[in-house]
Design a protein around this ligand. Structure first.
Ligand SMILES: CC(C)(COP(=O)(O)OP(=O)(O)OC[C@H]1O[C@@H](n2cnc3c(N)ncnc32)[C@H](O)[C@@H]1OP(=O)(O)O)[C@@H](O)C(=O)NCCC(=O)NCCSC(=O)C[C@H](O)C(=O)O
Ligand SMILES: [Mg+2]
Length: 297
């Protein structure tokens, strides 16, 4: 896997949102098997608790300076009375990324990048954008194309439903065109795409079917609200045994001397090209990363 070493896309199957004012949840989060934690200062924290929530995060990060999980802090909008203080905290605790809610234009990302460069000039912090308003969806491609430092688009369907009047329905039929627009925008510009939260955390069948749909649509993972959703998200968005077996077979087939100078081969009645070899190697590398993380826990 030598050639992939610096290019393995980060694994983002499961991203658990944790309200930063909830000390119990903050304590639990680092021990959970999710790929990332989104520490929320925005909608899950009441205005009078924002300051306490920031203090909690400062304490949590100082107690655990490194983490196997990707750590993302979702701040309040910059134009709100809380945005600037949130960003100062981000500059101090240095998470892996800062998530900006309700992004509608690339200029909002640029503004955060500039402010962070002032507060924390040494190490740039990656940006994630929540796409959860009608303008956000319409502008998803310019947001992805023009935002330096942007690594992820995360869909927020609660806000999008609120803003558009689309009803929550199994199968998300009326939302699928917008979801695909966001997937396409991200993929066109090398920005990862994460599917929205599923609110009914006791409905396992509904959640499983939405994970399967999100995976089939091309999302890399799902934002989660409850620890009970982690395992299923990991299963649906992670490499399954059959895909791993197929990936091994593809790698091995291209290693045969007779395949070395071929760009296309017949593998058990299926056309396989070198682009499938790249996909196979990426999958195997991600699976190895997941295993390694499990072992070192
Ligand atoms: C939804 C919840 C309020 C439910 O909480 P609770 O009633 O405490 O659930 P349980 O009793 O089932 O909890 C069992 C234990 O698990 C811990 N727990 C629960 N949730 C979390 C969590 N998110 N992270 C870590 N740990 C968690 C409880 O503390 C219990 O532990 P124990 O005491 O040991 O038994 C709650 O799950 C919750 O607040 N979830 C997150 C809400 C949130 O972050 N909202 C913002 C993100 S959603 C979003 O972004 C929408 C988007 O913007 C959009 O527009 O769509
Ligand atoms: Mg929202």
């Amino acid at each position: 896997m030598e050639f992939l070493k610096d290019h393995i896309p980060p694994v983002r199957r499961s991203l658990l949102s944790v309200p930063a004012d909830n000390r119990r949840a903050l304590e639990k989060a680092p021990k959970l098997d999710c790929d990332g934690v989104i520490y929320d200062l925005e909608d899950s924290v009441a205005p009078e608790k924002k300051s306490e929530a920031r203090d909690n995060l400062a304490q949590a990060f100082s107690q655990q300076p490194q983490s196997q999980q990707q750590r993302i802090v979702r701040i309040n909008p910059l134009e709100s009375e809380f945005g600037a203080d949130d960003l100062k905290l981000v500059a101090k605790i240095k998470p892996d990324a800062v998530a900006l809610p309700k992004v509608e234009h690339a200029s909002e990302i640029a503004e955060v990048v500039d402010m962070l460069a002032q507060f924390a000039p040494v190490r740039p912090i990656a940006l994630w954008a929540m796409i959860e308003t009608p303008k956000g969806v319409l502008n998803a491609s310019s947001i992805a194309a023009e935002s330096k430092g942007l690594k992820c688009l995360v869909v927020g369907l609660n806000d999008l439903r609120k803003e558009t009047g689309v009803l929550p329905q199994a199968g998300r039929a009326y939302l699928v065109p917008w979801l695909m627009q966001i997937v396409l925008a991200g993929r066109a510009y090398g920005v990862d795409v994460i599917d929205s939260v599923f609110n009914d955390f006791k409905d396992n069948a509904g959640f499983a079917s939405e994970c399967a749909q999100g995976r089939a649509m091309g999302f890399s993972g799902k934002m989660l609200i409850h620890p009970a959703q982690i395992e299923m998200a990991n299963q649906h968005f992670g490499p399954d045994p059959q895909s791993l077996e197929e990936a091994e077979a593809i790698v091995s087939a291209f290693e045969q001397p007779e395949a070395r100078s071929l760009n296309v081969i017949n593998l058990n009645g299926k056309m396989i090209e070198r682009l499938h070899l790249v996909q196979a190697k990426t999958l195997l590398a991600q699976a190895a990363m997941i295993l390694e993380r499990k072992r070192s826990r």
